[in-house]
Design a protein around this ligand. Structure first.
Ligand SMILES: Cc1cc2nc3c(=O)[nH]c(=O)nc-3n(C[C@H](O)[C@H](O)[C@H](O)COP(=O)(O)OP(=O)(O)OC[C@H]3O[C@@H](n4cnc5c(N)ncnc54)[C@H](O)[C@@H]3O)c2cc1C
Length: 590
């Protein structure tokens, strides 16, 4: 091991949640180190976000925006809980609603640009949020270390004592001594062949926390954004087509040129295309079309501009995205494809992960000294997130950072357990000495394809059982994957891939088990073999804890502190209609 660094609070992740946690811990007087696998503020999902920051209309109005005054925190809370299919954590959603105005106002005070406002949101760019946070973190002397991949937590008698990271550019390992650690490593987009996230999001933080003894929950819920470009590969994963469809409309057709959404109940289609429920409904309908054999070879349907007055529509697009550039990418060819071609191949892509580290009201995990924030947590939004995850990362980052600093305050550093460090070294030596096996990238590709097919927008018992068998075999194959070149560990992409694969396999096994255990359809978890939302039996959370080389599963009832769900079982789409009826008049953000 090359070097040892000390911090009161070690924050892992340089997205919005990690940066906000570091600011809060720094503000509490802690010595903070923030490490990030990519460059802080420029990596992860945060800079990719649109980004809307949601809060209730009245508070928005009080901040000087156009928010609807008849809206209020109570209505906002009710809408979030209903749309979470009642799996939302009512105490924490209340905190989200309460704290949202504060975290948004401070960002504006710290210099964040606001582009426009809506009934329940202000809109900016993800980059504007992360760069504002980065500037603030630097002012507070947070020590930022980029290009460090966190690999393992260290514990001493069941309490976090630090961790181990890899400097990806040099191949050196670093030991961190820390009184508290905050995990803010985002989701596990990389497990899916079609995903909208960035390439370093491999669920590392969740798998690391789980290996160290923390519990994970809500792992079956994955939000797929619909109408994301799947083909050509240069645009794979871009949500620009999703934005375009929301902005200017157009038609979604299958390869037979049929408007496949017409086959659904018109009321469901109306809700599922005009509200924030569009991601789940359109993703399910699209994937069903692909299963029916009416999709393209790239698991896509076609987005066309049939019926749209192009001149007007394109003028609108040009106004917001001059020269059809979105987040630095030139989409002018897309315009040509839409005008002259048969359409653009789009489909559901993994975008947001409700599953994560189980946290309490202080965003403390079940492991002493370990905190978590943002997308890496077990989502407070239960089975379906329809409000801003950007506001979520800020609210949760602030709470987790403050709690970690308070926890660390006055504590001594724990002695590091040398056995754990030696075990880690043995593991790395083992990986480096393997010869003759497959490249990790070829295994990853097969995992990504299988995961999309069986743990994607539509799941079945048979598909999940076969998938779990596939994962067992993949775990065995993983043990033989090896680096093709061990001459240098400097930015050794294959070493990173092997280390990520272990984490991805851990997460996927739990996610698939949760999807199999949950014998109903709820929120973004849709089982086509059981298309029923079962409020009699499944208003529960599924929690996993490591048990030697296996895991223990626990189901936990949800507390209905403020509002109670309807009783009974209903077909999935009927439940969706019923829940939407109780939505307030204020439209949510998309
Ligand atoms: C394309 C896209 C668009 C979106 N648009 C919106 C939107 O408009 N509105 C909205 O509310 N939400 C949106 N979301 C969701 C939202 O952006 C995310 O949920 C949120 O930004 C997550 O923030 P985070 O800080 O928790 O994680 P991230 O921003 O993903 O940050 C994770 C960080 O952890 C680091 N990391 C990962 N593994 C390791 C490791 N092993 N060691 C060290 N560091 C590690 C990464 O490098 C990164 O810095 C969007 C998501 C995507 C993918």
């Amino acid at each position: 091991m090359s070097s040892t660094l000390e911090a009161d609070v070690l924050v892992v992740g340089g997205g919005g949640a990690g940066l906000r946690a570091a600011i809060e811990a720094g503000d509490h007087g802690s010595r903070v180190i923030l490490i990030s696998k990519g460059e802080a503020a420029k990596c992860g999902a945060s800079p990719m976000a649109g980004a809307d920051l949601t809060l209730d209309g009245k508070s928005l109005n009080e901040l000087g925006f156009k928010g609807v005054v008849t809206d209020n925190k109570e209505k906002f809370f009710n809408d979030i809980i209903t749309q979470s299919y009642f799996l939302g954590n009512q105490k924490l959603v209340k905190r989200y609603v309460e704290d949202a105005p504060k975290v948004v106002e401070e960002l504006i005070d710290w210099g964040m640009r606001v582009d426009y406002d809506e009934e329940r949101a202000i809109d900016t760019e993800g980059f504007n949020i992360t760069h504002t946070l980065l500037k603030k973190a630097e002012e507070l002397n947070v020590k930022l270390i980029n290009d460090v991949m966190f690999l393992e937590l260290l514990t001493s008698r069941g309490t976090v004592s630090g961790g181990i990271g890899l400097r990806v550019l040099t191949g050196e390992f670093i030991i961190f001594k820390a009184k508290a650690v905050v995990i803010a490593t985002g989701g596990w987009h990389k497990a899916y062949i079609y995903n909208a996230g960035s390439r370093e999001l491999a669920g590392d933080g969740l798998a690391i926390a789980y290996r160290a003894g923390a519990s994970l929950g809500n792992m079956e819920f994955v939000t797929f954004c619909c109408n994301v470009t799947h083909w050509p590969p240069i645009w794979n994963g871009s949500i620009f087509t999703y934005i375009l469809h929301s902005m200017v409309g157009g038609e979604l057709v299958n390869t037979k040129n049929e408007r496949f959404l017409d086959a659904y109940d018109p009321e469901v289609v109306k809700i599922g295309t005009s509200t924030e429920w569009n991601k789940s409904f359109v993703s399910i309908a699209t994937y069903q079309e692909i299963l029916n054999g009416n999709g393209t070879t790239h698991s896509s349907i076609l987005y066309t501009l049939k019926g749209v007055s192009k001149e007007k529509a394109f003028a609108n697009v040009e106004k917001i995205y001059p020269k059809w550039r979105y987040k630095g990418t030139d989409f002018s060819n897309l315009k040509d494809k839409l005008v002259h071609g048969s359409g653009v191949e789009v489909g559901p892509s993994a975008e947001y992960f409700e599953g994560g580290i189980v946290i309490d009201e202080k965003f403390s995990s079940t492991l002493n000294g370990l905190f978590a924030a943002g997308e890496a947590t077990m989502s407070i939004f239960g089975a379906n997130r329809v409000v801003a995850a950007t506001t979520e990362m800020l609210v949760e980052g602030a709470i987790a950072g403050g709690s970690a600093a308070t926890y660390a305050n006055g504590k001594e550093f724990k002695e590091l357990d040398q056995n754990q460090i030696q075990e880690f070294e043995k593991k790395i030596d083992g990986i480096l000495s393997r010869r003759g096996g497959n490249k990790p990238s070829s295994l990853l590709k097969r995992i990504q394809t299988e995961t999309y097919s069986n743990l994607g927008p539509i799941r079945t018992e048979k598909g999940l059982e076969e998938y779990l068998e596939f994962i067992e075999n993949a775990k065995e194959e993983y043990r033989h994957t090896c680096l093709q070149d061990v001459s240098s560990l400097k930015y050794n992409k294959e070493l990173i891939e092997i280390l990520e694969l272990e984490n991805i396999l851990t997460i996927l096994e739990l996610s698939a088990n949760a999807a199999l255990i949950r014998t109903e359809s709820r929120g973004v978890h849709y089982r086509s073999d059981i298309p029923i939302t079962d409020n009699d039996n499944w208003l529960k959370e599924i929690i996993f804890k490591r048990d030697k080389n296996s895991f223990k599963t626990e189901t936990r009832s949800v507390d209905f502190d403020s509002i109670r769900p309807p009783e009974g079982k209903l077909p999935y789409f009927d439940m969706m209609k019923m829940m939407m009826k109780s939505h307030s008049d204020t439209p949510g953000a998309h």
